[in-house]
Ligand binder design. Structure first.
Ligand SMILES: [Zn+2]
Length: 255
């Protein structure tokens, strides 16, 4: 049986071991943290060095990079700020004029521009597009349409024909239901591409088939899905048999 003196001695031993044990635990935790930070730093350096910038969240949006993992988030960030959106267009030598703000019921042209040069010309010229949609058009034009035209059609694109951007209406022009993205100039309906050598590739006439024109249209539709939020083509329904609907809406759709 332990004497009271022995109890006291053991108690003192435990008390004096405690700070030592916690010091060791601290030292271990600090070493682990330091190692983890060094490893994370090295990994970030490697990622930054070898992963293309369009796939990294911390690099700036650039029209010189193809759409990547974080392109949509960067487009949202730049496009979501009216001043930043315009600064970006300016910095990329894309000319535009301000569209006057019209608001009628659920429709508005707030934060809209009319693109005039620095991108493939739209026909009819200068439709009213929300600034974020204009950014998306510029990126799609440069990184999807132009390379696809060179590769598959062997020519540049002189102009892109469209059925309109801003239009004060609900989805499918119905009397009730959700406002269309067109109602805030956040959608563009592309009908045809006219090449520099004078060919006209239209969604209505050239979508079906195995030829270069059909391949081109599918390529620019698929590429649009990596740039715009919503893309609807003839594959979606008969209402889109003659155009590609490209929008900066709330939902991601690619059909
Ligand atoms: Zn549309």
């Amino acid at each position: 049986m332990a004497t009271p003196a022995r109890h006291r001695a053991r108690g003192r031993a435990i008390l004096s071991e405690r700070p030592l044990a916690s010091r060791r635990a601290w030292a271990k935790a600090s070493a682990w943290l330091l190692n983890t930070l060094i490893a994370a730093g090295l990994l970030a350096l490697l990622v930054d060095r070898f992963v293309p910038p369009q796939h990294l969240p911390w690099t700036a949006l650039s029209l010189d990079q193809p759409p990547g993992l974080f392109t949509a988030a960067k487009l949202d960030r730049v496009g979501g700020d009216p001043r930043r959106c315009r600064r970006f267009l300016d910095a990329n030598a894309i000319r535009f004029t301000e569209a006057s703000t019209r608001t009628e019921g659920f429709c508005t042209t707030e934060n809209s521009v009319r693109l005039s040069s620095g991108v493939t010309a739209l026909s009819p010229a200068g439709p009213i597009t929300a600034c974020p949609l204009a950014l998306q058009y510029a990126l799609w034009d440069r990184q999807v349409v132009r390379p696809a035209a060179r590769e598959l059609l062997g020519s540049g694109i002189r102009r892109i024909e469209h059925f309109g951007a801003y239009s004060c209406r609900r989805v499918y022009g119905r009397a009730t239901g959700s406002p269309s993205n067109h109602a805030r100039a956040a959608a563009l309906d592309v009908a045809a591409f006219v090449t520099r050598d004078g060919r006209r590739v239209s969604v209505l006439d050239d979508w079906e088939g195995e030829d270069a024109e059909a391949a081109f249209l599918r390529r620019v539709r698929d590429g649009a899905c990596r740039v715009f939020s919503g893309v609807l083509s003839p594959d979606y329904n008969a209402a889109h048999a003659d155009h590609l609907h490209l929008d900066d809406g709330r939902w991601r759709t690619c059909r």
